[in-house]
Design a protein around this ligand. Structure first.
Ligand code: SF4
Ligand code: SF4
Length: 732
């Protein structure tokens, strides 16, 4: 060992020792913070599916590849990070002797070839990512960026480290080539040979380059260890457990979509017949009341901003960005952690749990952080502003896009639950809807005895459950379908088409009540459970004696469809629920309905969030339209998984939209820009929002917003007056 190697070895050992010590401390700190969360025993189920999903999502980059170029570039960088870690290990042999290499595989041509390829692709990948980050930097002229609010220096730092590590890897090899100590043939390592051809014949070059490579790698480890909230770096490790522990590992996409997580206390679902607000946690009032998976979610965020780029609230100038929400919760959790780890925290009655002695030596910043309300305005020092919390439409675009499976909607609704159930703090205009749900069983407060008014004017009898028992489908009409004039047209169209196709169906009529979706999404789990239990009882009675495959329900409202199909199981109601567009597509495909006159003038389709993203039903409505219209469907730029919300979900239908541009107007502009004369929808709330948007633009004469079922009816029965006779308005 020469004198240069003595120095390089000592320096490499010293910086590595410091980095490893800091890294161990950082991992212990992160683990301690994540363990502050509430239990989530369900996350340990089905380990086989969890392992498979984790491997597919990471090795296959299935979610990242939705963004083609970025996904591919990131894949090479990820593979480079894993495989080239071996080359960092090899550098420890090279600081000791410039001709050193990894034992066994370090002299194997296949290893030389594989690492050469990965180095080159990794270099291309990281350069692509650097260019993309620079081109999307928040300070670029014009427009909002998905990186707005991200900690940009951290992204640049990580990218430069990767680039330099790759470059110094090539320099080490180059010096070995230049000094004739390189074992791999030219055909396997042409780039290393090309680099070696321009480097001097310096015998210590490989050791010095190896030291620099180790120093760069350890600087990265030191910096990230001192910044435990640096998700852009830590996600390399945390993404694996975060994906492993996702809510529904067996779902091919969109775990965290569809059903909401039940409200839990100490990891157990809460039943309101027994729940006690003095003993049970109602929603989330403090950051440590999220589950440990929630805290892991916040720690894993890479700050990539994909969620932000798709969020309808953010894109229309509202203060909510799912990324910034997650980052606020993460920063708050880590800043408050010293206080919590010292024994601090509030019990369910609001009393401090720690003694004065326990808190005596705490940092003032941690104490100040602990005093912040989780939900509060800037003046109140709140972590999350109420306008942020209430701007969410629960559209799921953030969950859909997140490459590390963060479950934003669950977290947002958990915070809403506390605000509604304990604080009674929510946009006041939504109070009327909640009162109507409690007192009248529908959000509009319409009399229950008008639920069947939509049947008036039809030229056939609509059977009720109880009057007939050989029905195949129970037609769940929904409150909008029963009380809202436009939605009633859809209800009549569906009933007419089912009757035309000879499908045996029956309605509950006055036995139906609101599915509970708006109550659940606003956070009022109490009202949701009340309505849902009543409906589950009614439905179980209607289907008595049938097994699950024969307990078929067809619903026109995607919110009812989602709640009945995905959430009633949490309360003992197991049904086979289909959306009307699925059933209609089947009836057309099997020849039971025959479109005879194509609808012309250009048609576009708006995917409802709770049908599309939340339940992956993209094809059925398009199939129906494909059969019913002239020519091809004109797609909007944002369609299918990336469809843009209408603004009504998450109980936003019942709240005023006071900030920024109206979401429905944004969507209507996109629809109108296609030139289509018909905007087809599959949801009564989308219909209302888009109709309002079209009328607001004074385009009601040129553009028509109607349900897919009405489009089909026009094609199947062109002579039929559309939607039948109008009936009295809501509540009338
Ligand atoms: S659910 Fe939709 S509105 Fe809510 S934060 Fe996510 S993207 Fe934004
Ligand atoms: S998409 Fe996921 S990882 Fe990316 S910023 Fe949003 S929450 Fe973080």
């Amino acid at each position: 060992m020469g004198s240069v190697q003595i120095v390089t070895t000592i320096l490499a050992a010293a910086i590595t020792a410091v980095a490893v010590w800091l890294a161990v401390r950082a991992v212990m700190k992160m683990t301690a913070v994540i363990r502050l969360g509430q239990p989530a025993p369900e996350r340990f189920s089905d380990k086989g599916a969890r392992t498979r999903t984790m491997l597919v999502e990471t090795a296959g980059h299935t979610r990242m590849l939705k963004w083609g170029v970025v996904g591919a570039a990131h894949w090479f960088v990820m593979v480079g990070f894993i495989v080239l870690s071996l080359l960092v290990l090899e550098a420890y042999f090279e600081v000791v002797t410039p001709t050193g290499g990894l034992p066994i595989i370090g002299h194997w041509t296949v290893f030389g070839l594989a690492t050469e390829i990965i180095t080159v692709l990794g270099l291309i990948g990281i350069l692509v990512l650097m260019v993309i980050r620079l081109r999307n930097r928040p300070t670029r002229p014009g427009g909002r960026s998905r990186f707005t609010g991200s900690t940009m220096w951290q992204g640049y730092f990580v990218e430069w480290i990767v680039l330099l590590v790759l470059i110094f890897g090539l320099l080490i090899r180059g010096f070995k080539v230049a000094t004739d100590h390189f074992e791999y043939p030219l055909w396997a390592t042409p780039v290393s040979h090309a680099v070696g051809a321009v480097l001097p014949d310096w015998s210590d070059g490989a050791s010095v380059a190896a030291l620099i490579k180790i120093a760069i790698s350890m600087t990265w480890l030191i910096v990230i260890s001192l910044n435990v909230t640096m998700g852009v770096a830590w996600h390399r490790f945390l993404a694996f457990p975060n994906i492993f522990f996702k809510r529904e590992p067996a779902k091919p996409a969109g775990s965290g979509l569809g059903a909401l997580r039940p409200m839990t206390s100490q990891g157990k679902p809460l039943d309101f017949e027994e729940a006690d607000p003095e003993k049970d946690q109602f929603g989330v009032a403090h950051v440590e009341q999220f589950s440990w998976k929630g805290l892991l979610d916040f720690s894993t965020c890479t700050e990539c901003g994909r969620c932000q780029s798709q969020c309808p609230a953010w894109n229309t100038g509202k203060p909510l960005s799912p990324k910034l929400l997650v980052l606020s919760l993460r920063d708050h959790a880590y800043a408050k952690a010293p206080y919590l780890l010292a024994g601090g925290g509030k019990d369910l009655t609001g009393e401090e749990k720690a003694t004065q002695a326990q808190l005596a030596h705490l940092d003032v910043l941690a104490l100040a952080e602990a005093d912040k309300p989780l939900i509060g305005t800037a003046e109140e020092g709140g972590v999350i502003d109420p306008d942020v919390l209430w701007s969410c439409t629960t559209c799921g675009a953030c969950v859909e896009q997140c490459p590390v499976d963060i479950e934003h909607v669950d977290h947002i609704v958990d915070m809403r639950r506390y605000q509604v159930l304990i604080e009674s703090s929510f946009p006041s205009e939504a109070g009327v809807m909640l009162r109507n749900l409690e007192n009248k069983g529908n959000p509009w407060g319409a009399p229950q005895n008008t639920r069947e008014d939509w049947t008036k004017g039809l030229d056939f009898e609509v059977p009720r459950v109880g009057e007939v028992d050989d029905f195949e489908y129970l037609f769940w009409v929904g409150c909008a379908g029963a009380f809202e004039d436009r939605a009633k047209k859809t209800t009549r169209a569906v009933a007419t088409l089912l009757n035309e196709a000879g499908v045996k169906f029956a309605i509950l009529g006055e036995g139906e009540t609101c599915s509970g979706d708006p109550a659940r999404r606003i956070g009022n789990e109490f009202v949701f459970q009340m309505l849902a239990q009543q409906n589950v009882e009614t439905l179980n009675e209607a289907f008595e004696g049938r097994d699950k495959t024969k307990r078929k329900i067809v619903a026109t409202c995607p919110h009812c469809f989602n709640t009945l199909g995905n959430e009633y199981g949490q309360l003992g109601g197991e049904f086979e629920v289909v959306h009307h567009t699925q059933l209609l597509a089947h009836l057309v495909a099997t020849g039971k309905l025959t479109p005879v006159q194509p609808v012309d003038g250009g048609v576009t389709y708006h995917d409802p969030c709770y049908l599309g993203r939340h339940n992956r039903i993209f094809a059925a409505p398009r199939e129906v339209l494909g059969d019913a219209i002239e020519g091809d469907l004109t797609e909007m730029p944002r369609n299918s998984e990336r469809s843009f919300c209408c603004g009504a979900g998450g109980a936003r239908m019942w709240m005023e939209e006071k900030i920024g541009k109206r979401i429905n107007v944004d969507r209507v502009e996109e629809a109108m820009a296609t030139g289509a004369k018909t905007v087809a929808v599959g949801c009564p709330f989308c219909s209302t929002m888009l109709n309002d948007g079209v009328n607001g633009k004074g385009a009601g004469e040129q553009v028509e917003v109607i349900d897919v079922a009405s489009v089909l009816l026009r094609s199947v029965k062109p002579e039929q007056p559309q939607g039948g006779k109008e009936t009295a308005p809501i509540g009338g």
